[in-house]
Design a protein around this ligand. Structure first.
Ligand code: SF4
Length: 342
């Protein structure tokens, strides 16, 4: 059983103490006996302990920086939402394929932002611009926000904020089952709570430090019981020996643990495994023993943003993935819908 995340080391930016959440977190971490260091900026968090890069990387993933989000310009977040809402960055998980390894570069520590009210005000401005059209915000673009929210409750605040909004919707995805504090949030059906699921082979080999699949599914049932719209992201869909059987078993497990009454309106999002050349370099550095297949020759090149293309599966492999997963969804969850495959 994986325990809720507790940082080994906490850095607090002085400005963060001007916010109630910053002060609360300081008091909380002091009471927990966690080492706290002050820093003027997260860029100065250089002294992450460790004898070599690998140890530093591991220690950074259990280091939390409490700071302020200065840029309140949101990134776009297609295809699942219009904008990414930045409540935190970084993650304690060790998913070897995770794209955060590339985007976080040499600073893989976790940052949580205490100016939540300002971030939510910025979200309101984005909603006002598009009103009366609905605006969806994705809260898990730069972290597994649920994984740290038991400490900060900033996601809970966001859920309640969007609950009260006229045109806003919130969504996020998690691989953690520590969701109990979110069950009584006043969400008013405006937040889609998604869990990331995968075939056993992928979870066992590439998703270290995350909750087991059955725990994720049990948490999904609790969330649905609390009235949240529910979804599952199957990602990354990864071809391995016996993958057809692996994903079939995953659907069967979901079918076994998820009561029928929660299935209406449920969504699936399907994302195939992909990598970029820079990501491959970082993955092989951070996880030198990885079994992850990263052979450009076997893949199809897809042009990407900023000239950095990604390597996806060949067209016939993509068709096979879609064929099998659509078939399983129709067989076990005909009430649900697949939102997209990418
Ligand atoms: Fe990345 Fe999500 Fe895994 Fe965290 S849980 S390492 S964000 S894939």
């Amino acid at each position: 059983m994986i325990e809720p995340f507790v940082p080994q080391l906490v850095y607090i930016e002085p400005d963060a103490l001007e916010y109630a959440l910053g002060r609360q977190l300081k008091t909380k971490f002091e009471a927990m006996g966690i080492e706290i260091r002050e820093t003027t900026s997260h860029n100065q968090v250089r002294n992450i302990p460790g004898k070599n890069d690998l140890q530093k990387y591991r220690n950074a993933k259990s280091t939390l920086v409490v700071g302020i989000r200065k840029t309140l310009k949101f990134d776009t977040s297609k295809p699942s939402a219009e904008y990414a809402i930045p409540l935190a960055t970084g993650c304690m998980g060790h998913c070897q394929y995770c794209y955060l390894q590339t985007t976080m570069g040499s600073k893989p520590y976790i940052r949580t932002y205490v100016n939540v009210d300002e971030i939510l005000d910025a979200a309101d401005s984005y909603m006002a611009e598009r009103a009366p059209k609905e605006t969806r915000f994705e809260a898990a673009c730069t972290s597994d926000i649920v994984g740290i929210d038991h400490l900060t409750h900033s996601l809970k605040q966001a859920i309640e904020h969007f609950g009260k909004s006229d045109y806003g919707k919130l969504r996020f995805v998690t691989k953690y089952h520590h969701i109990d504090h979110l069950l009584d949030a006043d969400h008013r059906g405006k937040t889609r709570f998604r869990f990331s699921i995968n075939a056993d082979y992928v979870i066992r080999n590439f998703e270290h430090g995350t909750s087991p699949l059955t725990e994720r599914i049990k948490a999904a049932a609790k969330v649905a019981e609390a009235g949240y719209p529910l979804g599952f992201i199957i990602a990354p869909i990864y071809l391995h020996e016996g993958w057809e059987e692996g994903y079939l078993k995953m659907f069967q497990l979901l079918d076994e643990h998820l009561p029928e009454k929660f299935r209406e309106g449920m969504t699936f999002e399907l994302i195939q495994h992909r990598f970029t050349k820079p990501a491959k370099r970082v993955i092989q550095k951070n996880y030198p023993m990885t079994k992850l297949e990263l052979d450009e020759e076997k893949r199809k090149y897809k042009w990407g943003k900023y000239g950095i293309g990604k390597y996806v599966y060949q067209t016939d492999e993509q068709e096979a993935i879609q064929y099998h997963l659509h078939h399983y969804q129709e067989q076990y969850f005909p009430e649900a819908k697949i939102e997209y495959f990418t």
